[in-house]
Write a protein that binds this ligand. Structure first.
Ligand SMILES: *[C@@H]1O[C@H](CO)[C@@H](O)[C@H](O)[C@H]1NC(C)=O
Ligand SMILES: *[C@@H]1O[C@H](CO)[C@@H](O)[C@H](O)[C@H]1NC(C)=O
Ligand SMILES: *[C@@H]1O[C@H](CO)[C@@H](O)[C@H](O)[C@H]1NC(C)=O
Ligand SMILES: *[C@@H]1O[C@H](CO)[C@@H](O)[C@H](O)[C@H]1NC(C)=O
Ligand SMILES: *[C@@H]1O[C@H](CO)[C@@H](O)[C@H](O)[C@H]1NC(C)=O
Ligand SMILES: *[C@@H]1O[C@H](CO)[C@@H](O)[C@H](O)[C@H]1NC(C)=O
Ligand SMILES: *[C@@H]1O[C@H](CO)[C@@H](O)[C@H](O)[C@H]1NC(C)=O
Ligand SMILES: *[C@@H]1O[C@H](CO)[C@@H](O)[C@H](O)[C@H]1NC(C)=O
Ligand SMILES: *[C@@H]1O[C@H](CO)[C@@H](O)[C@H](O)[C@H]1NC(C)=O
Ligand SMILES: *[C@@H]1O[C@H](CO)[C@@H](O)[C@H](O)[C@H]1NC(C)=O
Ligand SMILES: *[C@@H]1O[C@H](CO)[C@@H](O)[C@H](O)[C@H]1NC(C)=O
Ligand SMILES: *[C@@H]1O[C@H](CO)[C@@H](O)[C@H](O)[C@H]1NC(C)=O
Length: 734
C-alpha cells in the first residue's frame, strides 16, 4: 500500500517534470505580430498551438502574451551594463566593459538608492531592458533616446505621477511594470498613445482612486493591462476620449481586481450611445470578480447583450452575484438573467432628481421607462414636477386630486393612473397634452362631464370606470366615440350613464333626441334670430327717432297731445305774433301791406315787432312779453330768417319755440316765403315743419294763401267757429 502510494507520487512527479521539460524544450519560432511593428519576436511553437475547443484564444492572442524577444530565448544574450554612483544623492552613471556597440544591453540594479535614471544612459541606445526595482526614483525621467527599450520595470520606487509624454517615443516598449509605487495618477492616454505598442502593463498595488478611460482602451493589440489592487472606484474621461465605432480595438484583458468598484463600467457615461456596438468594437474584456455588485439600472444594458459578447467583455460575468440592493444579495446574475427578471435592475431617483416628496421614483431600463409612484400620499393636485424621462409611468392613484391641471410632463407619459381621486374638472390644455396612445385610468373620480378632447384618445386604453354624466348636446360625441372606436369591445374599461329626466340611461342606448332635442334647437335658433332682428330694429328706430326728433314731436303734438282741456277762456292780447326778417324789404312790404292788412281786416289782432314795438322799450323784454300774449305764431321763412349770425328773428324763434313747447294750445304757422327746401333750412325745428309739409308754400300758392293762413289761425279756436270761418274766408278771397 505504502509502495503503491509512493509509486503514484513518483509518477506524478515525473509527469510534472516531463511537462516542464516539454515547455523548456518547446521551440520558439520567429513570429511577427499582426498589429505591431516587431520583427524580433519569437513565439513558442507548441504551447501556443490553438486549442480547437477554445475558439476565443487564438495563436495570435497567445503569442502576444507569451512571445519573447530573440535576445531572451533560448538564453539571455544581452550585455549587462555596470552602474556606478557618482554622488551620494543617488545619481549614477553606467558603463560597459565590452565595447561592441551593436550588442543588446540591459541594465539591472535593484535594492539601491538610485534617485534618477543614470545620467549617461543615452550613450547606450541599444538598451533593451531596464530593471530598477526597489530604488528611490520619484519620476520616470527622460528615456526618449532609448528607442530600442523593450522592457521597463520601475516597481517598488516612489513614482507618484506619470505624464502622458513619458513613454511617447518608446515605440518598442513591450512590457511595463510600475507596481508598488504609491502612484496616484496616470495621465490620459499615457500607455495607449498611437505610437505605443505595449503588450503588458502592470500598475497594480498603487494608490489610484480613478482611472482614465483612455488608458484602458487601446487600438493596438495587448495581452494584459492590470490596475489590480488600487482603490479605484470610478472611471473618468477627462480628455473626452471616444470609442470610434468604425475601428477595432484588439486586446486581451483589463484586470481591475481588488479595487473599490460597485458597478460595472458605465460605457454609456463614457460616450457610447449604443452598448450593442461594444461587442463589435471591443475584442477584449474586463476582469473585476471581487466587486460587491450593485444590481441596478447601470448593469442592465450589458445583460441585454448577446451572451458571447457579455462573456468576452465581462470576463467573470458567470461567477458574479449581487451585493446590493439587500433584497437580492447573493443572487447570481446569470440566474437572474435566466429567470428573465431583468426588470429588477432599477435605479432609485431622489428629490434631487425631482422625485416629488413621499413618492417612489425609479428608472427601469428593461421596460425603457421611468416610474413615478405617488399612490396614497395625500396629493391634492398633480405634482408640479416629476423626474425627466421619455416613457413616464405616472401612478397618482388614491389621492385627493380635484382638478386635472396642466403639467408639461404629461406629454411624456405613456401610463397615467389617476384612479381613486376626486377629479371633477379638467384643464383642456392638459388633456390635449396627453399622447394619443397613453394608457389612462380615471376610474373612481367625481367628474360629471367628459371633456370633448378625450375623443382623440383610444377608448380601449382609457379606463374611466363607471361614469355618470350630465348628458346634453355637448355629450353627443361620446356616443359616436363609443360606436366608432369600438368601445363595446372594451366595455370593461368604461361605462357611461346619462343622467336624464327619465332616470339613468346608458350612453349607448340613449338616442340622440334624448340628449339633444332638435326642435329645441329650432326654437332657440328662431328666437335668437328674432331677438337679434328686434334689437337691430330698435337701434335703427332709435336712430331715426333721434334724427327726426322734432318731426316726431310735431306729429305727436298733432295727434296725441291735442289737449281739449285747454280752453280758450283766458284772454290773450293777440291772435298771432308775426315773426319775420324785417331787413328783407320785399318781405316786409308783403307782410305789412298784404298779409297783415288782410288778416287785420278780418278782425285778427296781430303783433308785428317792426310795427308795434313801442319806441324806447327794451326790445327783448317786449318781444318776450308779446310772445306770451299771443295765441299763435306766424313765422315767415325767407333766405335770411335763420342765418348763422344771431339776428332778432333767431331770438324771437327761440322764445316762440320755447313757449310753443310749454303751452299746448299755442301753435306755429310757417309760411315758406322763399320756398326753401329742407336741406336749405339750418334750424332742425323749422326743417321739421318743412319736412312734414306743415309749412304753407308761398310761391306755390293757388291764390288761397291768406285763406289757408286764416284757416290755420282758426284751427284751434273753438271748433264751432270753423264753418263760419270757412265762409268768411271764401268770401275774403273773392
Ligand atoms: C509599422 O512601421 C511602418 C513604417 O515603419 C509604419 O508605416 C506602420 O504604420 C507601423 N505600424 C504600426 C502598427 O505601428
Ligand atoms: C511546430 O510544431 C509542430 C507540431 O506541433 C511541428 O510539426 C513543427 O515542425 C514545429 N515547427 C517548428 C519550426 O519546430
Ligand atoms: C558585436 O556583437 C554582434 C552581436 O552580438 C556580433 O555579431 C559581432 O560580431 C560583434 N562584433 C565584434 C567586433 O565583436
Ligand atoms: C529628453 O532628452 C532628449 C535628448 O535625449 C531631448 O531632446 C528632449 O528635449 C528631452 N525631453 C525632455 C522633456 O526633457
Ligand atoms: C495628456 O495629459 C494631459 C493632462 O495631463 C491632457 O490634457 C492631454 O489631453 C493628454 N494628451 C493626450 C494625447 O491625451
Ligand atoms: C495580468 O497580469 C498580472 C501581472 O502581469 C497577473 O498577475 C494577472 O493575473 C493577469 N491577469 C489576468 C486576468 O490574466
Ligand atoms: C479608498 O477610497 C475611498 C474613497 O473612495 C476612501 O474612503 C478609502 O479610505 C480609500 N482606501 C484606501 C485604502 O486608500
Ligand atoms: C467561478 O468561481 C469558482 C470558484 O469560486 C471557480 O471554481 C470557477 O472556475 C469560476 N468560474 C469562472 C467562469 O470564472
Ligand atoms: C430602491 O428603493 C427601494 C425602497 O425605497 C428599496 O427597497 C430598493 O432596494 C432600492 N433599490 C435600489 C436599486 O437602490
Ligand atoms: C419608450 O418605450 C417604448 C416601448 O416600450 C420603446 O420602444 C422606446 O424606445 C422607449 N423610449 C425611450 C426613450 O426609452
Ligand atoms: C410626507 O413626508 C413628510 C416628511 O418628508 C411627512 O411629514 C408627511 O407626513 C408625509 N405625508 C404623507 C401623506 O405621507
Ligand atoms: C382625502 O380627503 C378626505 C377628506 O376629504 C380625508 O378624509 C382623507 O384622509 C384624504 N385622503 C388623503 C389620502 O389625504
Amino acid at each position: 500500500m505504502k509502495y503503491a502510494l509512493l509509486t503514484v507520487l513518483i509518477l506524478v512527479e515525473i509527469s510534472s517534470v516531463y511537462s516542464q521539460l516539454r515547455y523548456w524544450n518547446d521551440e520558439f519560432v520567429p513570429w511577427i505580430p499582426k498589429y505591431a511593428n516587431r520583427t524580433y519576436m519569437k513565439c513558442p511553437n507548441k504551447s501556443c498551438t490553438p486549442d480547437p475547443l477554445k475558439h476565443q484564444w487564438t495563436r495570435e492572442d497567445c503569442c502576444v502574451c507569451r512571445a519573447k524577444p530573440l535576445w531572451e530565448v533560448p538564453v539571455d544574450t544581452t550585455v549587462r551594463l555596470q552602474l556606478e554612483y557618482t554622488r551620494r544623492n543617488g545619481m549614477a552613471v553606467v558603463f560597459s566593459e565590452e565595447q561592441n556597440k551593436s550588442q543588446y544591453y540591459s541594465l539591472y540594479h535593484s535594492q539601491g538608492y538610485l534617485s534618477q535614471i543614470p545620467i549617461n544612459i543615452c550613450d547606450f541606445p541599444n538598451i533593451v531592458r531596464i530593471d530598477l526595482q526597489s530604488n528611490q526614483l520619484t519620476e520616470v525621467g527622460n528615456l526618449s533616446c532609448l528607442s530600442m527599450l523593450d522592457t521597463l520595470d520601475l516597481s517598488y520606487n516612489k513614482i507618484h505621477f506619470i505624464g502622458n509624454d513619458t513613454f511617447l517615443s518608446l515605440t518598442n516598449l513591450r512590457e511595463l511594470r510600475v507596481t508598488h509605487n504609491g502612484l496616484k495618477a496616470l495621465a490620459p492616454a499615457t500607455i495607449t498613445a498611437s505610437s505605443l505598442q505595449i503588450f503588458k502593463a502592470d500598475f497594480s498595488y498603487n494608490d489610484m482612486d480613478s482611472i482614465e478611460f483612455s488608458n484602458m482602451i487601446s487600438e493596438s493589440d495587448f495581452c494584459n493591462i492590470t490596475f489590480a489592487s488600487n482603490n479605484i472606484s470610478k472611471i473618468v474621461n477627462t480628455n473626452n476620449f471616444e470609442i470610434d465605432p468604425n475601428k477595432n480595438y484588439r486586446g486581451g484583458i483589463v484586470d481591475l481586481v481588488g479595487n473599490s468598484f460597485t458597478t460595472f463600467i458605465d460605457f454609456e457615461k463614457l460616450g457610447i450611445t449604443d452598448i450593442a456596438i461594444l461587442g463589435k468594437v471591443l475584442s477584449y474584456g474586463f476582469v473585476m470578480p471581487d466587486v460587491k455588485w450593485t444590481c441596478d439600472c447601470h448593469m442592465e444594458p450589458y445583460l441585454e447583450l448577446a451572451e458571447d459578447v457579455i462573456k468576452r467583455i465581462w470576463r467573470d460575468y458567470f461567477n458574479i452575484s449581487c451585493w446590493n440592493p439587500p433584497e437580492y444579495r447573493g443572487k447570481t446574475i446569470p440566474d437572474i438573467v435566466k429567470e428573465g427578471r431583468l426588470d429588477i435592475f432599477i435605479c432609485n431617483l431622489t428629490e434631487v432628481d425631482k422625485c416629488p416628496q413621499n413618492c417612489t421614483c425609479f428608472t427601469q431600463p428593461k421596460e425603457r421607462r421611468t416610474v413615478v409612484d405617488c399612490s396614497d400620499v395625500g396629493l391634492t393636485e398633480l405634482p408640479p414636477y416629476v423626474p425627466q424621462g421619455n416613457n413616464l409611468t405616472l401612478i397618482f392613484k388614491n389621492n385627493n386630486i380635484t382638478h386635472f391641471g396642466n403639467r408639461s410632463y404629461l406629454k411624456d407619459a405613456t401610463v397615467l393612473d389617476m384612479s381613486g381621486n376626486k377629479v371633477a374638472s379638467f384643464s383642456p390644455e392638459a388633456i390635449e397634452m396627453l399622447p394619443d396612445d397613453i394608457a389612462l385610468n380615471f376610474a373612481d373620480n367625481n367628474f360629471k362631464k367628459v371633456p370633448r378632447a378625450f375623443q382623440t384618445l383610444n377608448p380601449c386604453k382609457s379606463k374611466f370606470g363607471d361614469v355618470t354624466i350630465d348628458c346634453n348636446c355637448d355629450t353627443e360625441w361620446i356616443k359616436h366615440w363609443a360606436d366608432n372606436r369600438g368601445l363595446k369591445q372594451c366595455s370593461n374599461m368604461s361605462s357611461y350613464v346619462c343622467e336624464t329626466d327619465h332616470g339613468l340611461i346608458p350612453v349607448d342606448e340613449i338616442s340622440t333626441d334624448d340628449i339633444c332635442k332638435q326642435e329645441n334647437f329650432m326654437i332657440t335658433s328662431i328666437i335668437s334670430i328674432i331677438l337679434s332682428l328686434l334689437s337691430t330694429l330698435i337701434v335703427i328706430i332709435f336712430g331715426v327717432v333721434y334724427l327726426f326728433r322734432y318731426e316726431v314731436y310735431l306729429l305727436q303734438r298733432k295727434y296725441f297731445l291735442r289737449n281739449p282741456a285747454s280752453k280758450v277762456g283766458c284772454f290773450l292780447k293777440y291772435d298771432a305774433f308775426v315773426s319775420f326778417n324785417d331787413e328783407n324789404d320785399e318781405l316786409r312790404m308783403w307782410v305789412l301791406n298784404v298779409l297783415v292788412r288782410h288778416l287785420e281786416a278780418s278782425g285778427y289782432r296781430l303783433f308785428v315787432p317792426c310795427r308795434d314795438l313801442p319806441p324806447g322799450s327794451i326790445k327783448e323784454e317786449e318781444i318776450l312779453e308779446q310772445i306770451i300774449n299771443s295765441r299763435k305764431y306766424l313765422i315767415i321763412l325767407c333766405d335770411y330768417y335763420q342765418q348763422n349770425d344771431i339776428t332778432w328773428t333767431q331770438i324771437e324763434w327761440k322764445y316762440i319755440w320755447c313757449h310753443f313747447r310749454q303751452c299746448m294750445e299755442r301753435n306755429i304757422i310757417v309760411i315758406n316765403f322763399d320756398h326753401l327746401g329742407t336741406s336749405e333750412q339750418p334750424d332742425q325745428k323749422l326743417r321739421a315743419f318743412v319736412r312734414l309739409g306743415y309749412d304753407i308754400d308761398f310761391s306755390n300758392r293757388k291764390h288761397d294763401l291768406i285763406f289757408t293762413v286764416k284757416l290755420r289761425l282758426e284751427l284751434h279756436l273753438k271748433v264751432y267757429f270753423s264753418m263760419e270761418t270757412k265762409r268768411l274766408n271764401s268770401w275774403d278771397t273773392i
